[in-house]
Design a protein around this ligand. Structure first.
Ligand code: CP
Length: 306
């Protein structure tokens, strides 16, 4: 693997291997503390981020490496009209590995074609977010002890939510996964994912607009934010943004061992009174994101630890 653009770039075995490395990092932090000494990670973020950019940077620092980069297109020469291809060609002279976020689907793939160093897709438009998927898988594995034989509900913006698209693609390759798609009509999962991923892999799935109806059946609930930045109409966003609000009261009918995930940031879709519930995993999930991002950095830099 030269770059990580789509979660499907990884085989199930490679995903399991990356998750095992992340778990070893969590258990043996000091073993990894200087392993990237002298290496540089460039974070090229053409779109806002808190978790992904800072966890990538913290991950590289905890591995003993250094970081450089920019956090908005306006502070880079993209604002003068430089292409992604030229930016990447130049930055790959300065860094050993690149993490890129871009509002345009496919931009990190283009970058990987012009880069002389590995590129990691840190989120491209409404398309894919493979390292968030590794984060989600690690969180589910640590909570459930497995990545097979459970029912997961995806709730909210399933149309634009790239983390949903990536996670469904990844889970479709594990066994015994049942998927419940909870969204308003306007924010349903795109047909290409239903046809090319769910139907093609014979994944059992149902669609509903009622969270309350299906909540008691779920082992994992993956809440998502309505993606304001992808809407063409502000009015439409305002109409749909509060379609689902998970509250402590609604959780009365949920399983005792439900795991509630959210890639964050949240807006209104999870009430803060859920945060203290033992089933809320989303802040732990954000922490896992730092550890799990160390694993593809090491793999792509071809650095191994005994
Ligand atoms: N989950 C996620 O991608 O968060 P950021 O947009 O803050 O990076």
């Amino acid at each position: 693997m030269r770059s990580l653009i789509n979660i499907l770039d990884l085989t199930v075995e490679e995903i399991d291997e990356l998750l095992a490395v992340a778990e070893d990092i969590i258990a043996n932090r000091s073993k990894y503390s200087e392993i990237c000494h002298g290496k540089k990670l460039a974070t090229l973020f053409f779109e806002p981020s808190t978790r992904t950019r800072l966890s990538f940077e913290a991950a590289m620092m905890e591995l003993g490496g250094n970081v450089l980069g920019f956090s908005e297109a306006q502070s880079s020469s993209a604002s003068k009209g430089e292409t992604v291809a030229d930016t990447t060609r130049v930055v790959s002279c300065y860094a050993d590995i690149i993490a890129m976020r871009h509002p345009k689907e496919g931009a990190p793939l283009v970058a990987s074609m012009y880069s002389s160093v590995p590129v990691i897709n840190a989120g491209d438009g409404g398309h894919n977010h493979p390292t968030q998927t590794l984060t989600d898988l690690l969180t589910i594995k640590r909570k459930k002890g497995k990545l097979s034989d459970f029912t997961i509900g995806f709730c909210g913006d399933l149309k634009f939510g790239r983390t949903v698209h990536s996670l469904i693609q990844a889970l479709s390759r594990y066994t015994g996964i049942k998927i419940v798609l909870i969204s308003p009509d306007e924010l349903k999962l795109p047909s290409y994912i239903k046809n090319d991923v769910l139907k093609k892999n014979n994944i059992e799935y149902v669609q509903t607009d009622s969270l309350e109806k299906v909540l008691p059946d779920l082992d994992v609930l993956y809440m998502t934010r309505v993606q304001k930045e992808r809407f063409l109409s502000e009015e439409e966003y305002i109409r749909l943004r509060d379609s689902y609000i998970l509250t402590k009261a609604k959780l009365k009918n949920a399983k005792e061992d439900l795991s509630i995930l959210h890639p964050l940031p949240r807006v209104n879709e999870i009430s803060t009174d859920v945060d203290e519930d033992s089933r809320a995993c989303y802040f732990e999930q954000a922490l896992n994101g730092k550890f799990v991002r160390m694993a593809p950095i090491l793999k792509l830099l071809e650095i191994t630890v005994d």
